[in-house]
Design a protein. Sequence first.
Length: 249
Amino acid sequence: MTTRRKLVAGNWKMNGLKASLSEVRAMVDGAKALSGVDLSICPPATLISAVASALEGSAIGLGGQDCHAERSGAFTGDISPEMLADTGAGFVIVGHSERRAGHGETDAVVAAKASAAYRAGLTPIICVGESLEQRDRGETLAVIAGQLAGSIPDAAATTPTVIAYEPIWAIGTGRTPTTAQVAEVHAAMVATLQQRFGAAAEGIRLLYGGSVKPENARELMHVPGVDGALVGGASLKAGDFLKIAAACA
Ligand code: PEP
């Protein structure tokens, strides 16, 4: 299995006020001591421009948490990938399970958003993951294969793309899969992507997400096939986020 440079992306979800910019500044300072790992923060839309300013000159990347598939228009409350790119963002999370479940986003919608991200020059972080019921029924690998088939555009073969495996039952619960369970899903994802994209699959980074904390990061980040983490709660505090990044470095 190829070793790729790891990426740790922080998904702040609907958290963060202007006061949180002090955490971003602490991340910028702390990141100077890290090498061999890429970092990115995905703050809420209200903070994205301010975070972009705080990150100026640093190696930490910036991302949105979602985007609309259209460039512009009558879509009240939505944000286009072009708007995100305009703030300086380089990434956008699409297909997070909280969007799939809470906003009825299908694989086709997620694929359209990922294609829109490519159009705007953003790297999509495309999320997949099974529910606990699906895992208990032994459907995990089939669910993930279906989500990959439906949510990953063909252009992933030629355009920077990140995929995050996030078991829904591990998100925000403090519960994590065993390293064997993570390894099994990541190996299956690698095989599926190789089958579809051939050698180009090598370029797609595969993150693990779901209750990654400083305490479990080293173990999870060294599972074969894991190229980094998508981190929710633990990305809100610079100290925790930097410790997770250090576990990858
Ligand atoms: C997430 O929402 O992408 C996530 C991984 O959350 P947490 O780390 O809080 O489980």
